[in-house]
Design a protein around this ligand. Structure first.
Ligand SMILES: [Zn+2]
Length: 252
């Protein structure tokens, strides 16, 4: 459990060391425009760049039209977001699925979103439930991707040539309790914990800290937490937001 004071203290420590606490924001499961997405876009405003992970099979042109005038970057969130794990943890691309079939669907999703979003689509793959069979990771560059984003600190060093992994580290939804907000203490603990672990070198310091939201699944308490969090981070001089393009070094 952490407090707002501990977050401020951690960011102060980054500032005192002359370092920037880099952050990025990923929101998952986008399909169509609607009030929840509008609320997220309004909350983030111009201050916080957004990477929106869109489900290719469920998205339609109305989402592309809504985002056309925004600065949102779009990532490929699986293909149809169906669980295909015969057992165990949910995954659309589990170890026991035929890798050739997985690759076809990943490519189909990328092509569909490219057609819909054009240049707004970034070459980033976000596997549903943050899981992907190990053998598929090295195949991502040949499928047109330059970045992969899952959950939890990445392994040190670049493990696959031409593929940058930048994960998320703070997911404040209580999935195992059926949804809802995990609460301020645990949510801040995840954030302060990752920032502290980067600062001390216990995890890769070069991986920006990722906040993960699911706009369609927020309760009122979680919306209010995100509002407070955005305010706290945007007002601290050591906190530095990265656009997804900058985080993944996608500019030429
Ligand atoms: Zn998802």
């Amino acid at each position: 459990m952490s407090t707002w004071h501990e977050l401020e203290h951690e960011l102060d420590a980054w500032g005192a060391a002359g370092r920037q606490a880099t952050l990025w924001w990923r929101d998952d499961d986008a399909e169509r425009p609607g009030p929840a997405l509008e609320r997220l876009l309004a909350l983030l405003g111009d201050e916080v760049p957004l990477c929106l992970a869109v489900v290719p099979a469920r998205a339609d042109e109305t989402l592309a039209a809504r985002l056309a005038t925004s600065s949102v970057g779009v990532a490929v969130h699986g293909y149809d977001h169906q669980n295909r794990a015969a057992q165990g943890k949910k995954s659309e691309f589990p170890e026991d699925r035929d890798p050739a079939a997985s690759k076809v669907e990943i490519e189909r999703g990328r092509a569909r979103l490219e057609k819909m979003f054009g240049a707004r689509l970034l070459p980033l793959f976000v596997p549903p439930w943050n899981r992907l069979a190990d053998a598929l990771v090295p195949a991502l560059p040949e499928l047109g991707f330059r970045g992969l984003s899952r959950f939890a600190p990445r392994r040190r060093g670049q493990t696959v040539a031409d593929l940058v992994e930048i994960n998320t580290h703070v997911d404040p939804i209580a999935w195992h309790q059926g949804g809802g907000f995990v609460g301020q203490g645990p949510a801040l603990q995840a954030l302060v914990g990752h920032l502290g672990a980067r600062r001390s070198g216990h995890v890769d310091p070069g991986e920006p800290t990722g906040l993960l939201s699911h706009h369609a699944r927020h309760d009122e308490e979680l919306w209010e937490f995100f509002e407070d969090l955005k305010r706290a981070l945007c007002s601290h001089p050591a906190a530095h937001w990265l656009s997804p393009a900058d985080a993944f070094s996608l500019r030429p």
